[in-house]
Design a protein around this ligand. Structure first.
Ligand SMILES: Cc1ncc(C[n+]2csc(CCOP(=O)(O)OP(=O)(O)O)c2C)c(N)n1
Ligand SMILES: [Mg+2]
Length: 285
């Protein structure tokens, strides 16, 4: 387990802010996008790329790299923003979002930019892909082998294929695999518990043989301590349930299903810039 110093925590919070600014840059370029779910998972992705994962932007295909799969591909604004911040590609590319032939389409494409491990967007496939990767890597039987991380939405958990993959992961004792279930409480059209509930998530994942922890998905200390405690139990895959706020950081959008997909007005973009400036001021103190 890795415990963050106060300086490290501040560093990660600044990186997460920079990533949120990149999200606004993308939306400014493209006019619209799935901002809500991107902003609930972006702190975890920031922690992964800036503190936890063994990855090298200069050598993105290194066979020894850790793998991150954004199963809920509609949250792509988050991965684009963090990959750009981490130097996987030039930030200028962010300004092409939403344009014809952009390398940053509305769902991530592994053939278009370095750092994306898998095409995702049709919900319910990323965990199966992650299980395959983790199984292949585990066969190498290396003590310090690469790890596989998969981020999922709470609405996405309604896809039945996830549960076949969850069962396979525990059957194969994949303790090099970690899932993040982003429990922001909302999916596309309303509260996740009303549309299709899989609560209590902790019991579901545990019943499928996973070792489960629930944390505040916006607290960098807890995020890093939890991820670096992997595996929570030897011989079991690890599941982190992230209690989060959809559209976290944008005061006018937080916790509202209507900002699952945001078609931004100039007034809202201005409000969003002010919100992020206020965070910046707080972090400067
Ligand atoms: C197979 C499939 N069905 C439907 C959709 C349309 N869709 C896109 S996002 C979404 C809701 C996802 O909710 P959740 O997983 O909770 O994501 P978040 O709240 O993090 O944005 C749906 C139904 C899809 N992308 N794929
Ligand atoms: Mg959700």
């Amino acid at each position: 387990m890795q415990t963050l110093s106060e300086d490290d925590k501040r560093f990660l919070e600044r990186k997460a802010l920079a990533a949120r600014k990149n999200v606004l840059r993308l939306i400014t370029a493209g006019g619209a996008g799935h901002v809500g779910g991107a902003l609930s998972i972006i702190d975890t992705i920031t922690a992964l790329y800036f503190k936890v994962m063994r990855v090298d932007p200069q050598n993105p295909q290194d066979p020894n790299r850790d793998r991150f799969i954004l199963s809920a591909g509609h949250k792509c604004l988050a991965i684009y923003s963090v990959l750009a911040e981490a130097g996987f590609f030039q930030k200028d590319l962010l300004d092409t979002y939403g344009q014809i032939n952009s390398k940053l389409p509305g769902h991530p494409d592994m053939h278009k930019i370095p750092g994306v491990e898998s095409n995702t967007g049709a919900l319910g496939h990323g965990l199966s892909i992650g299980v395959g990767m983790a199984l292949g890597l585990a066969m190498d039987k290396r003590a310090d082998g690469p790890k596989v991380y998969v981020a999922m939405g709470d609405g996405e958990l309604a896809e039945g294929s996830n549960w076949e993959a969850a069962a396979a992961a525990s059957h194969h004792k994949l303790d090099n695999l970690m899932v993040f279930a982003d429990r922001n409480g909302l999916q596309i059209s309303g509260d996740t518990v009303d549309v299709m509930s899989y609560e209590p998530l902790e019991d579901r994942w545990a019943a499928f043989g996973w070792s489960v922890r629930t944390i505040d998905g916006h607290d960098m200390h807890t995020i890093v301590e939890t991820i670096t405690s992997m595996p929570f139990e030897k011989g079991k895959p690890s599941c982190v349930i992230l209690n989060t706020i959809k559209a976290k950081g944008l005061s006018f959008a937080e916790g509202k299903a209507s900002y699952h997909y945001w078609k931004a007005t100039p007034e809202e973009l201005e409000m969003a810039r002010k919100d992020l400036a206020a965070i910046e001021e707080r972090l400067a103190q």
